[in-house]
Design a protein around this ligand. Sequence first.
Ligand SMILES: C[S@@+](CC[C@H](N)C(=O)[O-])C[C@H]1O[C@@H](n2cnc3c(N)ncnc32)[C@H](O)[C@@H]1O
Length: 257
Amino acid sequence: MNDPSRSALYDDADLYDRLHAGYRDDVDFYRRLALDQGGPVIELGAGSGRLTAVLARTGLEIVAVEPHPAMRARCEARLADLARDEPDRDVRVRVVAGDARTLELDVRAALVIAPFNTLMHLERLDDQDAALSSARAHLAPGGAFACDLFVPRFGAPGVVRSESMPSGPDGLGGDLLLWQEHDEVEQVITTQLRLDTIDDDGRLQRRAAVLRQRYWTRFELERALASAGFRSTRLFGDLGRGPFTAASTVMAAVARI
Ligand SMILES: C[S@@+](CC[C@H](N)C(=O)[O-])C[C@H]1O[C@@H](n2cnc3c(N)ncnc32)[C@H](O)[C@@H]1O
């Protein structure tokens, strides 16, 4: 078993994909934005390519930026599968090693996106400012930046949630245990994950990972976008572009220069 204190979720792309295989809530939001804006599209924190593959199918030019080697390798493999399985499709994706804070691409994009909580990996204010300024600097005139972040709902700390996971590509399901700690001073939520599967030989495969996320408040996000030079921001409380309310579990923004 991995040592949970040292294993970050993004070192295990297979575990990441198992946990998020069924997540599609953001697909229409980002696909529609991409089709409205046109390319090129820069995706910050492309991860294992869950959303990148969806965007690749639009035929737009995509630059998928991902700092973690394991996630990047999985993203490349997923795109190679797409190109092989759908040979008539014009897949124009470049996967690059990079960090949202220090991006220097030779691309001016119609759309820069930071989907599915990517900005929650920027814990310090200067990291957040650097990433948003860099996103803005990579936009062509008329360009837009979009992101979505979860709105934390604080349950009792340390209380374990247990879920049955559907089968992964190897046909194996599993049992997930998940619990969170909340550091109110740092605005950080740390999630501990344990996934147990039983392989074809009846042996227990036990995996563990930890995920740290710095949550944002609504005005923090709006203020940071304005400070980075975005002239207007539309804030949504769900990925269907509904209003932000006290019941919202997601905060999505589309900012324009
Ligand atoms: C929750 S995952 C989202 C992955 C993918 N976009 C998806 O929707 O499944 C967040 C991703 O952000 C990446 N990330 C973390 N810090 C980053 C940074 N400073 N710049 C760019 N990406 C970062 C992580 O490696 C991870 O792949």
